[in-house]
Design a protein around this ligand. Structure first.
Ligand code: ASP
Length: 307
């Protein structure tokens, strides 16, 4: 077995690893790990107490993928629920669809009895309001939210750019593989903005025959380069993990225009080897791994891709 997660996932890796050791399947185990992070208010980029969009609404993105069936489930822009990863899982298991967004996602979450929550904490509301005070003219403040958000959104992304989607990849004792990811996306995003996390092939992908991959940081880049699917496809084409990540880094390097910042790529192959690499502005990225033979999770630093 192996569990690979990013820095924030440290909160849930014990749960996932303990579950796997007890014979729980990979999909259940990664979902359980992500839920731990979603429930932890000290993690500011996922679930409760995470960052709102420019209108002050916490819109959550999440996805799961089952490497045995290649079924996926994802939700985007979900407002008002506690564990988006479990709603994503229910999309996979209860619907003939792979992704729901916005009002439809919220309706579905209600329908399955998902626990509701106001994910905007007082601390996040204060930060959000401080930003608005700084960026809005007195006239805009008065008219808010009936003002143009396009320019405001550009100004607002810099000061608190958040980069920490929670990603979990695992292989269980039976050799099955799964991925799960969850995030509030970056602070002060334009309402309705989807990051890479709910987009299968961009923010995550799992194919038990070859490997699994999940990305953090700039979703705008991994969407354009289809990074997670690409890494798994490179593995299928016979590249080593190291070369697959290097090629994915070269794909990112070819992007021109748009939001170009950092990316962190987490990957495992079908044999249970792992590798985490960062690209661009993302440096010193930490992650956690727990594999057979370890008695506790180990925190490591990703290699930086020099492509
Ligand atoms: N990849 C996420 C997004 O673009 C950001 C993150 O990793 O927090 O929404």
């Amino acid at each position: 077995m192996i569990v690979l997660t990013n820095h924030e996932g440290g909160v849930g890796i014990d749960t996932t690893a303990r579950d796997l050791a007890a014979g729980v399947g990979a999909l259940d185990a990664v979902e359980a790990g992500v839920r731990m992070v979603e429930d932890d208010p000290s993690i500011r980029s996922v679930g409760y107490n995470s960052w709102p969009n420019i209108l002050g609404q916490v819109e959550l993105d999440a996805a799961v993928m089952d490497g045995a069936t290649l079924r996926s489930g994802a939700i985007g822009g979900l407002i008002g629920f506690k564990n988006p990863v479990s709603v994503a899982r229910a999309v996979m298991e209860r619907l003939p669809h792979e992704i729901l967004v916005g009002a439809g996602a919220a309706r579905f979450a209600s329908e399955i009895g998902a626990e509701t929550a106001e994910n905007l904490s007082e601390a996040s509301r204060d930060t959000w309001q401080r930003g608005l005070k700084e960026w809005l003219s007195p006239r805009e403040r008065q008219a808010f939210p009936d003002i143009a958000l396009t320019a405001l959104c550009q100004r607002a992304t810099d000061p608190e750019y958040q980069k920490d989607t929670t990603v979990f990849l695992a292989i269980d004792g039976a050799g099955d593989m799964a991925s799960a990811v969850s995030t509030s996306g970056w602070a002060w995003k334009y309402p309705g903005r989807l990051g890479d996390s709910p987009i299968i092939g961009a923010g995550s992908y799992a194919d038990g025959a070859y490997g699994a991959c999940a990305c953090t940081h700039t979703g705008e880049m991994t969407i354009r380069a289809a990074t997670s699917r690409s890494v798994v496809l490179y593995l299928k084409m016979g590249l080593t993990l190291e070369d697959a990540l290097y090629e994915a880094g070269r794909d990112l390097k070819r992007l021109r225009g748009g939001l170009l910042r950092g990316v962190a790529i987490h990957a495992i192959d079908a044999k249970g080897a792992h590798r985490v690499a960062s690209f661009g502005e993302a440096k010193g990225v930490e992650y956690w791994v727990w594999e057979d033979g370890m008695t506790h999770p180990e925190r490591r630093v990703a290699i930086h891709l020099d492509v």
